[in-house]
Design a protein around this ligand. Structure first.
Ligand code: LLP
Length: 419
């Protein structure tokens, strides 16, 4: 599943002792395993090899340049959602024809830039957006490929904040609206509307909602074919769940076995947009215990990382396993709250977690933090963003340095009328 493990009582990433990294770079820090990252990408590649899909890594999960470059070098394309992600995608050398662009709120400036850079296609989420892309393409004298994002109205059984394929969500279009667009496609002179996109949610454990959504979408594609409308691409999005605790998500192979027969029949070029599956278990957040605080009701393990570094527990009540970098069998097991230093009661990594009671100064690994960890981090409480480290074998490199206090005020000015 990943390459973080104990050798004896010490915690390793591949063959690198994690504590030795902490001694060199300080805490907190994100640490990624190069091997785990690529293994997960290749798992999907192998599972789907019969149809040779374009696997567009979803940059929102983690857009750190070194990781994205490693995936692009391995043959990945990229799923982007902003001008910033386009900038980074091009910076790591991803060819434009391997980039797909989703988002319900693309600005005109972002659209123009993406057309100029020759991305593969836009995943379009509304009629006004379609009009704008058409008009922008006309201005640039280009014909732009677009896929219509379908909202298939299925329940993926995940957290409500990351459910995207219900009609109450802001994403995509219902089948009827999409069908009208295809019927009137000659109205969009500078568009080649030749794809369908769907993405029903994230951290989906069960295969059934995927199958349900794909079946609905394929029925729609068949209907279009009946009307003489031919497509080139089917983008089935991301969303594959990973193990955080004791989930039993479908494997890449099981997912492929279930959907391949359906996908093959379409004869379309298939795109996938996995994020979490590739990078989720390839990263950890290492943090130091600052204080053990005993209150009347609870024992708090106060650590030097906070919700600004990893917001998933605060935002989604997400579970992340927490492991000591040194195993001590002699310590008592206790139910504790592992909390950060931020001035909010929502600043926690675990509540009532039974774990070996650490001592002040001990180092802990917050597991499965590779996806939506650093990429959702902030400077809240004027905290410097952590550094990021990439391990390969027994070596490591700092792929992003820790911010300085100066970084915290970069770009700010105090106007004269305040002086
Ligand atoms: N494609 C589209 C259009 C998406 O919106 C997303 C994720 C993906 C692909 C990648 O999904 P994945 O394979 O990573 O599940 N911050 C949340 C997750 C938000 C997901 C947003 N969209 C979390 O930490 O759980």
């Amino acid at each position: 599943m990943h390459d973080f493990k104990y050798i004896g009582n010490r915690f390793y990433c591949e063959s690198l002792n994690v504590e030795s990294v902490a001694r060199k770079v300080g805490t907190p820090f994100y640490l990624y395993s190069h091997k785990t990252l690529l293994d997960h990408f290749r798992k999907i590649q192998r599972a789907f090899k019969d149809i040779d899909p374009l696997i567009c890594f979803s940059m929102k999960a983690n857009s750190s340049l070194a990781l994205v470059r490693a995936l692009v070098n391995a043959g990945a394309g990229l799923d982007i959602v902003s001008g910033g992600e386009l900038f980074k995608a091009l910076k790591v050398g991803c060819p434009g024809n391997r980039i797909v662009y989703a988002s319900v709120g693309k600005t005109e400036e972002e659209i123009l830039e993406a057309i100029k850079k020759g991305i593969l296609f836009f995943n379009v989420e509304s009629l006004p957006e379609l009009d704008l892309i058409n008009e922008a393409s006309h201005r640039l004298n280009k014909v732009t490929q677009v896929a219509i994002r379908i909202n298939p109205d299925v329940e993926p059984g995940t957290h409500q904040y990351i459910t995207t394929g219900k009609l109450t969500n802001k994403f995509g279009m219902d089948f009827l609206t999409a069908r009208k667009i295809f019927e009137q496609r000659s109205r969009f002179g500078n568009l080649n509307i030749n794809g369908i996109h769907m993405h029903i949610g994230s951290q989906i454990i069960d295969g059934a909602p995927f199958l349900d959504a794909i079946r609905r979408v394929i029925r729609f594609i068949d209907n279009l074919r009946f009307l003489g409308i031919r497509l080139e691409y089917l983008n089935i999005g991301g969303g594959l769940g990973i193990i955080y605790k004791d989930e039993k998500p479908q494997t890449a192979d099981q997912f492929a076995q279930a959907v391949l027969p359906l996908l093959k029949k379409t004869g379309l070029k298939i795109i996938l947009e996995p994020g979490r599956f590739i990078v989720g278990n390839a990263g950890i957040l290492v943090t130091k215990v600052l204080y053990i605080k005993k209150s009347v009701e609870k024992t708090f393990v106060i650590v030097d990382a906070g919700m600004n570094d990893l917001i998933r527990p605060s935002l989604y009540q997400a579970y992340h396993e927490i492991l000591p970098l040194n195993k001590y069998s002699s310590r008592p097991i206790k139910a504790v709250d592992v909390v950060g230093p931020i001035c909010e009661s929502g600043d926690f990594f675990a509540k009532n977690r039974k774990m070996c009671l650490p001592n002040e100064g001990d180092l802990l690994a917050i597991m499965s933090a590779g996806a939506y960890g650093f990429s959702m981090s902030s400077n809240y409480n004027s905290r410097k963003r952590t550094c990021e480290i990439l391990a390969k074998g027994s070596k490591f490199a700092v792929i992003r340095k820790r911010q300085s206090y100066q970084d915290l005020v970069e770009g700010e000015t105090i106007p004269n009328f305040i002086k």
